[in-house]
Design a protein around this ligand. Structure first.
Ligand SMILES: NC(=O)c1ccc[n+]([C@@H]2O[C@H](COP(=O)([O-])OP(=O)(O)OC[C@H]3O[C@@H](n4cnc5c(N)ncnc54)[C@H](O)[C@@H]3O)[C@@H](O)[C@H]2O)c1
Length: 457
């Protein structure tokens, strides 16, 4: 049993019958990642929009190397079945578009894919970066993909996702970790989104020799706000992927912090990240553990008030924890060898910083500020072969959302294209992917983890 009574009801055998009779919307059970799980649970369809496509070759070689059955024809019989048998993925190489007329090829491929995609299947459109286009017609065609994907996301059913990846010119051999993330069930709650790869010039790295079941092996990570909620799950997920984890939280959460640290076999550091000495204390502690490869800025607070009733203390506490502390810690990281070459900074923004939420002007400001911080810091990290990215959760089932008024909570769940809230692990999987050394070409990005929702916490 979860604490989502509606989902439990429509997924019970009695509830399924009633729901079918009265037309209640279903809540799909999402497939989530477990170590050893194959990248895809069945065959894939791989289309190309134009002969100039640059990424189909890379996708095909990844899938066939993994022993996955791949067909170019979206009507092909698969898995010994028929031309309507379900597939686990439909991927279209939409690079090389020369005008909006080329979009018809993508429609021709995706229409049968939408009918054939199986439960928790993956539809992935891979395009060129619109800003790199040299004519209005080319840019229009590239930009059109985003509207296509976001709309198809609202039509997909049974937990299938539809996403768009833009690949910068010359970055086509730098997309393996991104392909693996979007195709696998690590991205179960990432839906209707766009991500750009290779758009910050000067990135460097390699996917050679990665153990994809333990992609963080040998790396040391720090997670702030690790005592509970999303932070505790991030610590566990990074550990599962092979990292050594330093868990940080305020002294008043010391017992819960010690439990997380024990669970992950890591160390606990009781620290208020807004304290003047916080950056130095964090770096000293990390130096004693051999330095840092991954920093996850997860600690955050809400102090909700209508702007008309806001006061300076509440406002400042939210901006201090959610934004200023990250800025000062990042400054210290950039100037220190304790933060290793090839390091990864991942920060937790929120849908409130993108769409806004009533009563959350301070919180929304802090979480939008985090996005500005990511955009400005990304180019500064290139000389260290490091990256910074943000995850923007929507409605996630935690103590924070359990405390919402019941109406807002139900709306938060049902307004997503997946008719449910996400789980902390959905945010953690995205952070763990950003944290990989193999994600070297993903820099300055903000990825929503919200099941295509516009209500967040
Ligand atoms: N739950 C959601 O739906 C949701 C949605 C969007 C964004 N987020 C963001 O995700 C992050 C984690 O959220 P959560 O739901 O797990 O919250 P939570 O309140 O359960 O956990 C936050 C943790 O941060 C710690 N913390 C707070 N101030 C601190 C400080 N000054 N120094 C060190 N640690 C401090 C808290 O003690 C707590 O353990 C936050 O940044 C939050 O804004 C959550």
């Amino acid at each position: 049993m979860s604490n989502d009574w509606y989902s439990d009801f429509v997924n019970s055998s009695f509830g399924r019958t009633i729901a079918g009779q009265v037309g209640l919307p279903p809540v799909p059970r999402l497939r989530r990642w477990e170590p050893g799980q194959p990248l895809l649970s069945g065959p894939a369809l791989l289309g190309t929009a134009t002969p100039d496509g640059r990424v189909a070759k890379v996708v095909r070689s990844l899938l066939t190397d993994l022993g996955i059955e791949v067909h170019d024809d979206p009507h092909a019989p698969v898995g010994g079945g028929s031309s309507t048998s379900k597939v686990a993925a439909g991927i279209v190489d939409a690079t090389g578009l020369s005008s909006p007329a080329d979009l018809a090829e993508i429609q021709g491929f995706l229409t049968p894919v939408m009918r054939r995609i199986g439960p928790s299947g993956r539809i992935l459109v891979i395009g060129d970066v619109p800003a790199e286009a040299t004519s209005p017609a080319v840019r229009a065609a590239r930009r059109a993909l985003e509207g296509l994907v976001r709309s198809a996301g609202k039509e997909a059913r049974y937990g299938a996702t539809v996403n768009l990846v833009h690949v910068a010119a010359g970055a086509e051999n730098d997309i393996e970790s991104t392909l693996r993330f979007f195709l696998s069930s690590r991205s179960a709650f990432v839906h209707g989104q766009r991500l750009d790869v290779g758009t910050v010039p000067g990135f460097a790295g390699s996917s050679q020799g990665v153990d994809w079941d333990r992609p963080l092996a040998g790396r040391t990570a720090v997670v702030t706000g690790a005592a509970r909620g999303i932070g505790a799950t991030v610590a566990k997920t990074l550990r599962r992927d092979g990292a050594t984890v330093i868990c940080v939280d305020v002294p008043s959460a010391g017992d819960a912090l010690a439990r997380t640290a024990n669970d992950v076999g890591g160390s606990a550091l009781q620290l208020d990240i807004t304290a003047d000495h916080a950056p130095a204390t964090l770096l000293d502690h990390a130096a004693r553990h051999g330095g840092l490869d991954v920093v996850v800025h997860n600690a955050g607070i809400t102090r909700d008030k209508l702007l008309a009733n806001q006061d300076r203390d509440r406002w400042n506490s939210v901006i201090d924890v959610n934004l200023n502390a990250q800025l000062t810690i990042n400054d210290a990281l950039l100037g220190s060898d304790v933060f290793h070459r090839g390091g990864r900074i991942v920060t937790v923004s929120s849908m409130a910083g993108i769409a806004g939420n009533r009563g959350q002007t301070a919180y929304g400001a802090s979480k939008a500020g985090v996005i500005g911080m990511v955009e400005a810091t990304a180019p500064l990290l290139v000389e260290k072969d490091a990256t910074i990215n943000a995850v923007a959760p929507g409605f996630i089932e935690t103590a924070m959302t359990a405390a919402m008024p019941v109406g807002t909570r139900e709306a938060g769940r049902r307004l997503s294209s997946m008719a449910q809230g996400g789980l902390p692990v959905d945010v953690a999987e995205t952070i763990a992917w950003f944290a990989q050394a193999a994600s070297y070409a993903v820099n300055g990005q903000v990825l929503r983890v919200d099941g295509q929702n516009y209500l967040g916490a």
